[in-house]
Design a protein around this ligand. Structure first.
Ligand SMILES: C[S@@+](CC[C@H](N)C(=O)[O-])C[C@H]1O[C@@H](n2cnc3c(N)ncnc32)[C@H](O)[C@@H]1O
Length: 192
């Protein structure tokens, strides 16, 4: 669980960086755009997107305590509990202008089978924003994630908008890493 003290301790900037990335490429009507915030946690991603002019948020997370905190923000039209990788995300297909998952695509968290579900929930022409970590423990997962992203690109299901590798993603906390660990943002646009 990432609470505000952890955010400060880790210098956890992923929600802001991902929201800025989406915001800088999104060309549609922000007032009307619908955002699916997957593994929403306490709501940091939607809070940043709200400041950037987005208004309609649906949140999904596996942890009830997180969903309770997210509810308190008053940001979400709907919040759903879903154990990603185990239960299917129970949202309508091809519904969201933006589907975003931050801080949860990593080893021991959300399995990669969710990637096709993220694609499925996105409107044609909509955006999927994903982040992952580049630390030693997560390297294999990151490589598999990139393979899966590429496979969808080869199937012409989406196209790359941008991929941003960030050196100072968040503070290292494991003994294997020191200083800051790296991370990456992947922004893809679903094909029409
Ligand atoms: C590091 S927090 C990130 C929260 C938020 N996206 C942010 O960036 O502030 C990771 C979140 O993923 C959720 N999570 C991890 N594995 C999950 C799974 N398999 N299914 C659903 N949620 C999961 C956790 O409950 C937690 O809220």
């Amino acid at each position: 669980m990432l609470l505000s003290q952890d955010v400060a301790l880790l210098d956890y900037r992923a929600p802001l960086l991902a929201a800025e990335c989406v915001s800088s490429f999104f060309t549609g009507d922000r007032e009307k755009a619908t955002v699916l915030d997957v593994a929403c946690g306490t709501g940091l991603v939607s809070a940043h997107l709200k400041k950037m002019g987005f208004h309609h948020f649906v949140g999904v997370d596996g942890c009830l305590a997180m969903l309770e905190l997210a509810k308190k923000t008053g940001l979400y039209q709907q919040l759903k509990q879903c154990l990603l990788g185990h239960d299917e995300i129970s949202v309508e297909a091809e519904t969201y202008d933006i589907v975003i998952i931050v801080g949860a695509l990593s080893i021991g968290q959300v399995p990669l089978t969710v990637i096709r579900e993220l694609w499925d929930a996105t409107k044609p022409g909509g955006y999927v924003c994903m982040t992952t970590r580049g630390n030693a423990d997560n390297r294999e997962y990151k490589a598999e994630l990139e393979k899966m992203i590429k496979a969808l690109e080869e199937e012409q299901k989406w196209s790359r908008v941008t991929v941003v590798e960030v050196e100072e993603w968040e503070r290292a906390i494991s003994e294997q890493d020191s200083g800051y660990i790296s991370g990456a943002i992947y922004l893809y646009q679903k094909s029409f």
